[in-house]
Ligand binder design. Structure first.
Ligand SMILES: [Zn+2]
Length: 127
C-alpha cells in the first residue's frame, strides 16, 4: 500500500533523522523517566514541557490492527497496527511481512525502517 511521500515539518526533525539512520527516536521526560510518542509535546505526568528525544529499543507488542485492501484490488492487503513500544508509548505503524493468521494481541514485534527514493524514511514493524 502506498502511504504517500512523507515530509518533515520542523518539529519532527529528530524523529526523521532517526528513521533515516535506522533508529526509532521518540520523546522522553527526564524529570520523571517516562517515554512518549513522537508527537507528544509535554509530559502529562509532571507537566514538564521540555521532553527530550531519545532512542527507543525498537521492541514492541501488537495492540490491535486493521487490514486494508487496495482500492483496485492490486497488491496484497496492508496491515495497519497500533503497537505498544517496550518503553510504553503506543504508535500507529504498518506491519510488514506478517502472516495474517499469526496476528494476535501481544505478538512481539520489532521496528524496521523503509528508505523510499522520495520523502522521509519511516518505521514499520515486523514479527
Ligand atoms: Zn514528566
Amino acid at each position: 500500500m502506498d502511504i504517500g511521500v512523507l515530509r518533515r515539518d520542523g518539529r519532527t526533525d529528530p524523529f526523521f533523522d532517526g528513521t533515516a539512520a535506522g533508529r526509532l527516536v521518540i520523546r522522553r521526560c527526564e524529570a520523571c523517566d517516562r517515554w512518549f510518542a513522537p508527537d507528544e509535546t509535554g509530559c502529562p505526568g509532571c507537566g514538564g514541557e521540555d521532553l527530550v528525544w531519545a532512542e527507543a529499543s525498537g521492541e514492541a507488542t501488537l495492540v490491535t490492527w486493521t487490514v486494508t485492501h487496495s482500492r483496485n484490488g492490486a497488491g496484497p492487503p496492508a496491515h495497519l497496527a497500533l503497537v505498544e513500544l517496550a518503553e510504553g508509548p503506543w504508535l500507529h505503524a504498518r506491519l510488514d511481512g506478517v502472516a495474517p493468521e499469526s496476528l494476535r494481541e501481544g505478538l512481539p514485534l520489532r521496528a524496521a525502517f523503509v528508505h523510499p527514493d522520495e520523502g522521509e524514511s519511516y518505521v514499520l514493524f515486523r514479527e
